[in-house]
Write a protein that binds this ligand. Sequence first.
Ligand code: NAG
Ligand code: NAG
Ligand code: NAG
Length: 277
Amino acid sequence: MRFSLATLLALPLLAAATQQESPLEQAKAQAQYYFDKISSYIPNPSKPHTVDINAATAKVGGNALNILTLESWEETIRSSVKPASSKPEEWWVLITGGNKTCFGRCETVEKAYNETAILFAANPTAPHLGYLDCEAQPVLCSAWGTGPPTLWIMNVAAKPAPVDVRILTLNSTTTNVKTFTDLHATQSWKETTPYEGWFHPFDGQLAQYGLAVPIGYFFWIFAVVPSWMFMIGISFVSRNIMSKRTLGPQAGRPAGGAPAPAARVRVGAPPGDGIGY
Ligand SMILES: *[C@@H]1O[C@H](CO)[C@@H](O)[C@H](O)[C@H]1NC(C)=O
Ligand SMILES: *[C@@H]1O[C@H](CO)[C@@H](O)[C@H](O)[C@H]1NC(C)=O
Ligand SMILES: *[C@@H]1O[C@H](CO)[C@@H](O)[C@H](O)[C@H]1NC(C)=O
């Protein structure tokens, strides 16, 4: 943190050092600098899971848990559907997380789910089981508008049949293996109302217009980029514009003056309203 703050404070010096270049070159270099800087703060949203998969499937006997990722979740689920049969495939997806996304309260639920997976592996009527960790897949969780600990039950038939989705909130203290086996035995999830909102992963408006993933990124970036960074960005941009103005009206205005109000509004508004998200 201290290092990055120092780097940001050093930016005006950097700008001064590159004063001799043309304004366009300078702007480009600055944009590149910011972009690199900002991207270096953003952790790769989907990292740990690719390594886990073999261990996970081995642990539960080669069947069972399908770890869902932003890139492959739809393919994973769709590939279970046999085109010839009209019977939908039942999928359960546990939405879980760690200390950041579930405040460390998901372990009980997760353990019960993992043990249920072992039981279900021997049961031909059992649903397919998916596992979505919001810590490792924050963008996918945002794109679905969901958070842990939740169980999504989906009945997926071949396209273009709509996908029936039910969302059950799990009790993080009392959920155990029996919760899941009872849920399967009694099919009591059928009593819940099907989810038909905007974030429906298959049929929702966002998915249909291809907006679910961009929105997932959008919410996720505002969650991870600290607001002090926006503030420093704004003050740096406005200071830069002020100094350009004093340098000379002809050179300064067209390059720096025009985009300023827009940039200030766009960058400035979200952190201010951030509580609302
Ligand atoms: C449940 O299984 C997943 C996938 O193998 C694993 O990443 C996770 O650590 C397990 N959770 C618990 C509490 O055992
Ligand atoms: C989560 O928090 C607990 C208690 O604060 C800590 O013991 C544990 O190591 C943390 N786990 C991770 C993955 O950071
Ligand atoms: C979970 O279950 C316990 C015991 O039944 C209950 O006291 C608690 O309020 C429940 N928590 C939630 C979030 O529903």
